[in-house]
Each structure stands twice: as structure tokens, then as C-alpha cells.
Design a protein around this ligand. Sequence first.
Ligand code: CA
Ligand code: CA
Length: 334
Amino acid sequence: MALRFDFFDEAYYLSSYPDINAGVNTSQGFLSGLQHFERYGRFEGRVLASPYYNEDLYLTKYPDVAAAVQSGVFTSGIQHFTEFGYDERRSADVAIPGSGDVYLRKYPDVAAAVGVGTYKSWYDHFIKAGRFEGRSPTYFNEQDYIILNPDVAEAVRNGSFTSGFDHYVRFGQRENRLAFFSGTGGSDVITSFGESPTQLTGVDYETLASSPFDYRIRSNGRGEIDTLIGSEVRDDFLLGLSTDEVDIFQMNSNPIQLYVGGRAADYAFIRNFAKGVDTIQLVGSIENYAQEAANGNLSIFTRTDRDLVAVVEGITTPLSLESAYPEGGTFQIS
Ligand SMILES: [Ca+2]
Ligand SMILES: [Ca+2]
């Protein structure tokens, strides 16, 4: 049994447990938080050892570990993780909701390195290298977060954080900072997370630094079936985007409705939608769309072509107009 502490984060541990922090470097204390964690913390259920370890996710994902904790073989999931789980590649989903295969899809060089055994798992790469290289194991949109948070951009420049994602995981998600999650030109499963409001878009786009709510679109959803999974707080699902292709008078943008052209072969499947809290953004006006409940879900079609745009899980009554952004040609329903 080789103990694994690579994922341990000294600053995170000490700020999570002030009592341990007070004992470090005192006459009766410890040399470091790591020393405390190694000797005592991992047996005491001190599970806040890293922003990239989530005890609840670990026990939910692995019922055998949960049972072993229940019967007293281990005091906590994190004890199991340090002794066995890390080496058993059980790290696939323990870091952050929605992390995992995303990392290998986004970074083929990592997939290759894991394939030949240089790293045990995507998590092993992320912990030892990726997090210091500004890589993210989720669909968190780094560029958007940096553009909208100049103070974070500065903190990343001066080395206080390895990336905007690093800032969001440690602080931003509890500071009510808007986070963005966006996909690729293929079919994606995108999970947002955090205690801050989020925006989810299944397609690939570039945000304009000069105008953060205008986009240059790299994929328009045609042929894509994206699953967008909201968090427990407010999520805005953007299924229509205003773009930078403004007219000569700079009066109107050229809004793009995503997921049209392929009828039922392209749409966004929206999960965890909270009516009255979350919103769906579309192009044009609400009269252009038909909303129909079937099989416990709500389908949204374009009225003229009956082209499926969205299926909203668990919603059986039509959504109503919440707000509109006429300059961008978009509106929001909830
Ligand atoms: Ca996509
Ligand atoms: Ca469609």
C-alpha cells in the first residue's frame, strides 16, 4: 500500500480547518498541514484536503467504499482514497461534478500519456501537471471567466492562481461570480457546478473581449445533441446567441438560433431545470416557438419548420417570457 498525497493542498486544508492551522509550527504542533493530514486528519474525517477531492461524490460513485466506511473498515472515503482509491484509478469522478472523460476528450496528449501508462488516470495527470498548466477537467469556459473578471486575470498573471478555473474552484464559485460552461462542435454532456449563477452553451464559440456578450460562433448546433445539466442555483441555458456581425449602423446584431436544420437530429437536452429560476435563451420572439409536453418532458420547436430545439426534462407546462434583449435579438423564458 502506497499512500498518495499528491492531491493534498496545504493552503486549502489549513483554511478549511482553523484548529489545525493554529497548531502548525507551535511547540506542540505540526510542521505542516500535510503532516497533520498524514498522521491524523485522514483518520479523523478531515475530508476538505483539496479543492479537487469531493467526499460526497466519492462515496456516491463507489458504494463499496461507502459500505466499508459504514462498517468501520475506513473512517472516511478520503482515507480509502489515499490508501487505495488514487492508485485504483477511482479518481475518475471525484474531483468536481461533471469532470472525468471531458479531460481526455479535450486534451489528446493526455489521453496518449494515460494510454501508455505515464499517468495512472486523467486525474493523476491533472493533479501532477495539468492544474499547473491551466488545464481544466470540465467544460468551464476559461476565456469568458477571465474576460468578465479582470481582477482574476491579474491574479493569474501574477501567479496567485494557475488559471481562472483554479480561482473559480477555490473562491469564485462561492463569490457569486458568473461562470460559463461551453461545449464543442460534437455532442457533449456539460455539467455546471458551483454556488454561483452559470451560463451553459452546448456549442463552440469565441467571446469577444471588446463585447463580452457577443460571440463568434465556431459551431451552431446543427447535428449536435448536447446534454446540458444545471446546478442547484440559477442556470441560463443559451440556445440562441447574439453575434458580432453587426450591421453598418451598429444597430442590430445577427443572432444565431442553435440546433436548427436537422429537425429532431439536433437539440439541447436540458436537465435539472428549475422553473421560475433557470432560463432558456432563444432567438426572435416567443411566438416563433411551439412548446409541447410529452412523456413528462417539454419539447420546444420552431413554429414554421417544426425543428426541435430543446427537450426540457421533467417540465410539463409551457415556459413563459421572462426577459428580452432586443439589441441582441434574443429573449429568455422560464
Ligand atoms: Ca456540442
Ligand atoms: Ca433541431
